[in-house]
Design a protein around this ligand. Structure first.
Ligand SMILES: *Cc1c(COP(=O)(O)O)cnc(C)c1O
Length: 484
């Protein structure tokens, strides 16, 4: 009855569903990260309500494959029984208690577990809650270490980093970042860092090609490190692959050599494993693949299996020892975030690490890495696919306007965003990095889901770039590329 009256009053006005209402409220109240809100408010948006395994479900009951692992964090899938349970069990004890002046059970247990799987030589864990804070902590520890090491090192206050680096969005991590689109505006707020050229082989700054180049970039890196060693506390690097830069792969041996150069020049090495950690590159940590042990390591994203915000900065015994002394010596590390060592998050992280052993996650991942490469193979012939870069379960597909000249699509074309939009229509969530299509599924994805995911990406790239297959007379293959 009531319904009839309402529609009689305003026959054209459609009743808002719960989903519509939530979308309206979102657009009214939330300011989203890395998002042009004017666009956001114009376009229809997806609101996720639930998830299971590799699948997310929105408020309209539409299902999507989680092609980004919910922004590079999810490891064993959503609603993973063991992690759900670890959190609820802990919830039955205490949700939060502080690490300032006290300790708590899950944080102790996790520290031990984490160190047992971390690269050799790392013996201490400092907790925080995001990748950015883990990096800030790494930078401050490196700086303070040299200040307290004794006379002769007081000038080691700077940092060396890579030109396309991404280490987070707080001011310190932005200072060692190098993605102009995100970072340039903030220059006046930042401390200076000394840059070494990112090895971006597809667009090599030296106009060379691997392996004939014999890693000329390393020679330049060594010069820079030697030049600034006396004024640098540490070099920070994303090992093996620079994620946010567009999945840029370092040539084999690069990381190992950087480690050696740092050692020779008395510069600490900070490995930012925030994105690469917890199996993403095919090994638990990327450093393992080059048998590198950093002095300091930052982890976050996958640490809790993608459940809760938790991060950790790991250091060697030698660094830790430099902070010991009488309180009046003021060698204390005066740093701490309020939610540091949160018990719920630590319980989730312990369950995550245990699952790697119990389910042989890394072993089962290897054939899926191969399947992923194979499924992507057909795209190598596409007219607008410049390069496909893969390390384990991290993939970047760089789309180009012109394959022969490697001319990028202009920013205004929003080519990556358009591909992601097409993928959504087909039931896949991905988020591009500019012109680079990113694929980073949960490690637990099934082979069938993985194939479906790649099929949707292929279809979406075809639709957006117009033509799928490379024209037969293309001179693309042999044209040497120039710095762009
Ligand atoms: C995501 C990321 C960060 C920042 O982590 P947040 O949790 O977003 O602060 C730092 N370093 C790398 C390599 C990352 O990919």
């Amino acid at each position: 009855m009531a319904k009839k009256t309402a529609s009689a009053k305003s026959p054209k006005k459609k009743k808002l569903t719960h989903a519509d209402m939530l979308e309206q409220l979102d657009k009214q109240h939330i300011w989203h990260p890395f998002t042009q809100m004017a666009d956001w408010r114009k376009d229809p948006q997806i609101i996720i309500e639930s998830g299971k395994g590799s699948t997310l479900v929105d408020t309209r009951r539409k299902t999507y494959l989680d092609g980004t692992s919910s922004l590079w964090v999810n490891v064993h899938g959503h609603r993973k029984r063991e992690i759900d349970k670890a959190i609820t069990v802990q919830l039955g004890k205490v949700a939060h208690s502080t690490l300032l002046g006290l300790s708590n059970v899950p944080s102790v247990q996790l520290a031990e577990k984490l160190l047992s799987v971390a690269p050799n030589g790392l013996t201490k864990v400092f907790y925080s809650d995001s990748g950015s804070t883990a990096v800030e902590i790494a930078l401050k520890i490196a700086f303070q270490y040299w200040q307290q090491k004794g006379p002769g090192f007081q000038n080691k206050t700077g940092f060396i980093s890579l030109t396309e680096a991404y280490h987070g969005d707080t001011i310190g991590s932005v200072s060692v970042g190098g993605i102009d689109l995100f970072h340039n505006l903030y220059r006046p707020l930042l401390f200076k860092s000394y840059k070494i050229e990112t090895p971006y082989c597809y667009r090599c700054k030296y106009g060379l090609a691997y392996p004939e180049c014999q890693m000329t970039c390393l020679m330049h890196a060594e010069r820079t490190i030697q030049k600034y060693a006396s004024v640098s506390a540490a070099l920070i690097i994303e090992p093996l692959i620079q994620g946010a830069a567009g999945m840029l792969l370092q040539p084999p041996g690069y990381l190992k050599r950087i480690r050696q150069i740092c050692m020779d020049n008395n510069v600490l090495l900070i490995a930012d494993e925030v994105a690469t950690g917890f199996g993403r590159t095919g090994t638990l940590f990327a450093c393992e693949q080059e048998k590198v042990s950093p002095d300091i390591m930052a982890v976050a994203k996958g640490l809790t299996g993608g459940y809760l915000p938790l991060a950790a900065t790991l250091t060697t015994e030698e660094i830790y020892q430099a902070f010991l002394g009488e309180y009046r010596d003021l060698k204390t590390f005066f740093h701490g975030h309020t939610y540091t060592g949160n018990p719920l998050a630590c319980a989730a992280a312990s369950a995550n690490i245990e699952l790697f052993k119990k389910e042989k996650t890394l072993q089962k991942l290897q054939p899926k890495i191969k399947l992923l490469s194979k499924a992507l193979e057909v795209m190598k012939k596409f007219e607008h696919v410049g390069e496909i870069r893969q390390r384990g379960f991290m993939v970047g597909i760089e789309l180009v306007r012109n394959r022969a000249t490697r001319e990028p699509y202009p920013l205004a074309d929003a080519i990556g965003a358009r591909v992601a939009f097409e993928a959504r229509k087909r039931g896949l969530i991905i988020r591009p990095l500019g012109n680079v299509i990113v694929i980073m599924p949960p490690l637990s994805i099934s082979p069938a889901e993985l194939q479906k995911l790649v099929n949707i990406v292929i279809e979406s790239v075809k639709v957006v770039t117009g033509s799928g297959v490379l024209a037969p007379a293309s001179p693309a293959k042999t044209t040497p590329h120039k710095k762009k």
